[in-house]
Design a protein around this ligand. Sequence first.
Ligand code: BV8
Ligand code: ZN
Length: 245
Amino acid sequence: MLCEEAGRILTKAKFAIAFTGAGISAESGVPTFRDANGLWKNYRPEDLATPEAFRRNPRLVWEFYRWRMKLISKARPNRAHLALARLEEMGILKAVITQNVDDLHREAGTKNLIELHGNIFRVRCTACSYRENLKESERLEELLSSDELPKCPRCGSLLRPDVVWFGEALPKGALEKAFELASKADVVLVIGTSGVVYPAAYIPYIVKEHGGRVIEVNPRRSGITPIADVFIPKPAGEGMGKILE
Ligand code: BV8
Ligand code: ZN
């Protein structure tokens, strides 16, 4: 059975990593981007997740991110996030590389985490090097309860969400580290991604090119399915539950 095969590959793995997308957080109530009721169905990404959109209309972009931050701050890690943290504790999983900005892998206890697209609870200044983790500084409520444009406490310029928008380079260190891990991995567990956003979507291909195996958990086929050695057509929670059984 598919999940037994995946379980066998994982337990025999010498260097397994996970690569996740918005789908792993769907069961936590966080909307995905390209599903039927996904975010990009109701908004055009170009209008909300690009530096031009922010320059053109920072109020609209901040309204969108405040709405997502409110929604995501109520979300809790689901059993798929927890299963990955468990696999790391067991020494089977060496790292989680995520495209998600929702902080749920960290909340689930994953230690070696690479956030390729930033983190929605971090803000940074558009002019100086100031950056702040709103959960750590306990200023999340303050930011969410105002609809003013947030300003840098150091230089007074506009703050922006510390996430990677379309057309922006990924955080240098993060992408290099992710590619290095992918070139060393003998198994990549791909969960909940449509595999259409680059350069993140190269990760499973790099593992494959280096002779590694690809296990995918997704209720629908994706851009990664063609190279999957094992495709488990299930939602993340159920799929991971069966693999860990
Ligand atoms: C860049 C962060 C260059 C902010 C996001 C070709 C090559 C290289 C680049 C490009 C290219 N063509 C176009 C580009 C540019 C672009 C790109 O890839 N566009 C795509 C759309 C074609 N890439 C970029 O712009 C990137 N930057 O290339 O810079 C550069 C280089 C140097 C110097 C300057 C510039 C930046 C991309 C990052 C954009 N940021 N978001 C925010 O979140 O607000 S994108 C967004 O997409 C999220 O990060 C998200 O994680 C990511 C990927 O989406 P998924 O996670 O896969 O989610 P999706 O909804 O698509 O799919 C959900 C999946 O889950 C589905 O498969 C579904 O079946 C499944 N699912 C549903 N329910 C469940 C489930 N699975 C399991 N269980 C369930 N219950
Ligand atoms: Zn500043």
